[in-house]
Write a protein that binds this ligand. Structure first.
Ligand SMILES: [Zn+2]
Length: 106
């Protein structure tokens, strides 16, 4: 059985905490989550980019605006997405993807 979020909490203004239903906890920095946005557009941008990273610093006035999303929505029972001006509504962060992204114990 794959773990699902039991709780999704604002950890700091820069990071999100997920408490999984198996008792584990993960911390995700919004900046890192934004960087790995799984939507088709961001995937294409990363592929084209020389560094393999999103050129999002060009598009987002970092420092002026926080990356913290306005809200987080569930997508079915398999993913979440972030709603806010710097986020992609079609970027579905599946629980599986988030589990693989998180650093154990971190
Ligand atoms: Zn995206």
């Amino acid at each position: 059985m794959d773990a699902k979020p039991k709780e999704i909490n604002e950890f700091t203004e820069k990071a999100l905490q997920i408490v999984w239903d198996n008792g584990e906890e993960s911390i995700f920095f919004y900046e890192e989550l934004r960087e790995i946005c799984p939507c088709a557009t961001c995937r294409r941008l990363r592929k084209k980019s020389r560094t393999g990273k999103l050129p999002f610093k060009k598009r987002i006035p970092l420092g002026k605006s926080s990356l913290a999303p306005e809200r987080i929505e569930y997508v079915g029972n398999y993913a979440i997405r972030f709603i806010g001006e710097n986020w992609c509504e079609t970027g579905f962060y599946t629980f599986d993807f988030l589990r693989k992204t998180s650093v154990p114990g971190g």
